[in-house]
Design a protein around this ligand. Structure first.
Ligand SMILES: Cc1cc2nc3c(=O)[nH]c(=O)nc-3n(C[C@H](O)[C@H](O)[C@H](O)COP(=O)(O)O)c2cc1C
Length: 213
């Protein structure tokens, strides 16, 4: 296959800036300001984030998941614990979460340690999902090789018949909550002179630094 050039694709970033005098002292507050801006801007899947993990083989993996809640107690998403990401995080509980909101010329990265949410917390979220999504959680051995689409559809129908509307939380399914140790807020600026503000946890406090773009 020929080489496909994308080098001419470029745009300038001119929406705004990020200065030390505007930002919150607390990164969770700063994150809430930017997440609310993204929601107000009607960015599709504003809560979608790329989560990167590193497994036992030392190699990184990435995928998009939906952030379901965030706050001082952590940033949570829900998944199959036996998936690739689930196995990676069980072996090595450090992860990175990344949001890209192109309409606002912004990205945010959040780094920290991950732990499983309690069964009660997972149950509460699981019950809030549409019934077919709950059945799908049972039907999909996420990240495992499957012979065909038909096999998946058949498993879905079988679980649907077995559970009806009363679908229990699968033992292999639940939440991961990341406790942030570091944040980076990035605002695109003109001439590639972007603003990058980092928060690093320092005991109970957060140290704020600016990085070169
Ligand atoms: C917008 C979007 C949202 C997604 N949300 C989730 C999610 O919340 N949980 C999840 O397990 N997978 C979600 N997925 C699917 C994952 O990207 C991924 O394919 C799946 O979790 C398997 O990943 P793994 O094999 O690396 O574990 C989402 C995909 C997209 C594109």
């Amino acid at each position: 296959m020929n080489k496909h050039e994308l080098a001419d694709l470029r745009r300038d970033f001119a929406v705004g800036g990020l200065s030390e005098s505007d930002i919150a002292a607390n990164p969770f507050e700063q994150f809430a300001v930017w997440m609310n801006d993204a929601l107000k801007a009607d960015i599709i899947d504003a809560n979608a984030m790329t989560v990167s993990t590193v497994g036992e083989d030392g190699r990184p993996s990435v995928r998009v998941v939906l952030l379901k809640y965030y706050g001082e107690e952590g940033f949570a998403f829900f998944t199959n614990y036996e998936s690739k990401k689930g196995r990676d995080l069980t072996a090595n509980p450090f992860a990175a979460m990344h949001f890209f909101w192109p309409q606002l010329d912004r990205q945010v990265a959040v780094y920290g340690r991950v732990e499983k949410t309690s069964r009660e917390e997972s149950e509460k979220y699981f019950k809030s999902r549409p019934v077919d999504s709950r059945i799908a959680a049972w039907a999909s051995a996420q990240s495992r090789v499957i012979e065909s689409r038909d096999v998946l559809d058949k498993r879905f129908e079988e679980y649907k018949e077995q559970f009806g509307h009363d679908v229990p939380l699968p033992p292999f399914w639940g939440g991961f909550r990341l406790t942030p140790e570091r944040f980076e807020f990035w605002q695109g600026r003109q001439n590639r002179l972007h603003d990058r503000i980092c928060y690093q946890q320092d005991g109970d406090a957060w140290t704020i630094t600016r990085l070169s773009p």
